[in-house]
Design a protein around this ligand. Structure first.
Ligand code: TYD
Length: 205
């Protein structure tokens, strides 16, 4: 077994977490760490096909449970084909979204419920939990202003939905006892990156 670490980034749409995932991966690599970058949904050939289905299906054409199952299917592939092999090889994995997204978006946002989403995902993650989850925490109205034009099906849900997602993340923070760390994302990318690095150092050394 290697000494790989698994870090995931989370946040509402427009929180800037994808930018932060890239900056974190760059910084780790600059420090000599071997990094595998990936994202959800996607990250594998099947996962990218599932991503297209999830984001491009017309509004109303997919039920919430089916949606949760598709995210979980993408995740099952990612764990087995990317995350586990990379960690076993001693690399650090930086993943843009993971299980907490399903809990916040489908569990809280769509109202499927956290326990049902956990049950759906149990076989997908198969015990593969992040060492650290960084929640890039931005007020919903700030995130809405940052989102660019041409929203995908889930972004198009609007502010009320994003507020329920943000509430879901807050619930998860309460439950996760330190494994999920919130970083104030309401600042420029470099300042937020410095905060992310401090959080990573504190948690993982
Ligand atoms: P993406 O374009 O990658 O958005 P972002 O850059 O904000 O990550 O699209 C992913 C969308 O899918 C995003 O709206 C969040 C949503 N999502 C879920 O609803 N559940 C999940 O489990 C995951 C991984 C993503």
């Amino acid at each position: 077994m290697g000494v790989g670490r698994f870090i995931t980034l989370e946040g509402v749409d427009g929180s800037g977490k994808s930018t932060q995932a890239a900056l974190l991966a760059d910084a780790l690599e600059a420090g000599g760490v071997r990094v595998v970058r990936t994202r959800e949904p996607g990250g594998t050939p099947l996962g990218e096909q599932v991503r297209a289905l999830l984001l491009e299906t017309p509004p109303g054409a997919m039920g919430a449970v089916a949606e949760a199952c598709l995210f979980a299917a993408s995740r099952a592939e990612l764990v087995r084909r990317v995350v586990r092999p990379a960690l076993a090889d001693g690399a650090w994995v930086v993943c843009d979204r993971y299980l907490e997204s399903s809990l916040a978006y489908q569990g809280a946002g769509r109202g499927v419920g956290l326990d049902v989403v956990r049950a759906i995902n149990a076989a997908s993650v198969d015990g593969c939990a992040p060492d650290l989850t960084v929640l890039v925490d931005v007020p919903v109205d700030v995130a809405a202003a940052r989102r660019c034009a041409g929203p995908d099906r889930i972004e198009a849900e609007g502010d009320e939905f994003q507020r329920r997602v943000a509430g879901g993340y807050r619930t998860l923070m309460g439950d996760a006892a330190g494994r999920i760390v919130a970083v104030d994302g309401d600042a420029g990318p470099d300042e937020v990156h410095a905060r992310v690095m401090r959080a990573v150092r504190r948690a993982l050394g």
